[in-house]
Ligand binder design. Structure first.
Ligand code: HEM
Length: 161
């Protein structure tokens, strides 16, 4: 008796063999079928485009929400101080500097709002600072340059003269 005849008899005698045969075929097929090749989705790391900020544009980056980046102006440069959210977030001790040109406050070691130039006025020229204040500001500037990413430059609002 041939193998085919034996298999046929086995299938006729016990219907369970139909099920087992189907299962066996499925297992063999599962091992042999080509696995679809899928590429992982490429994600670009977050980038920041260096750009110019007027005082009003900088104000948008004052960290009022957790999603918002916190930027700060120092000596005409704009730094991303988001990682210092504990300092510059709304509840932080230096939250007054967030989204603002902080140069004069840093020069005078003061976080009084009065020392910050209103955002609807031209940029602070800092021309009246004393030698000590300039030194203090330069020290702070060094601190920010070393710790935070430079993301832009402060410029005057063209509509304000
Ligand atoms: C009562 C006096 C003050 C105390 C006890 C104090 C305390 C501190 C402490 C503990 C730090 C963190 C230092 C670090 O971990 O690197 C710090 C950083 C700082 N402080 Fe003060 N501070 C005082 C006054 C001021 C004033 C008057 C200003 C105004 C300009 C100021 C501006 C800053 C700034 C800008 C930072 C750097 C935060 C950063 O790294 O992003 N502090 N201060």
């Amino acid at each position: 008796m041939s193998l085919q005849e034996t298999l046929l008899i086995q299938l006729q005698e016990n219907p369970l063999n139909w099920f087992l045969s189907g299962f066996l075929i499925y297992v063999i097929y599962s091992y042999l079928r080509p696995v679809p090749y899928s590429l992982p989705i490429a994600r670009h790391t977050e980038t920041t485009v260096f750009r110019e900020y007027t005082p009003k544009q900088l104000r948008e980056f004052d960290g009022r929400t957790l999603q918002t980046k916190i930027y700060m102006g120092v000596c005409g440069n704009v730094y991303d101080v988001t990682k210092g959210r504990n300092f510059y977030g709304p509840e932080g001790p230096y939250g007054n500097f967030a989204g603002r040109d902080a140069s004069r406050g840093l020069a005078k070691n003061s976080f009084d709002m009065d020392v910050l130039t209103p955002i609807d006025q031209p940029l602070d020229t800092l021309e009246d600072l004393t030698r000590d204040e300039i030194e203090s500001l330069n020290d702070w500037h060094g601190h920010f340059t070393g710790k935070y990413q430079l993301v832009g430059k402060l410029i005057n609002d063209p509509d304000i003269s």
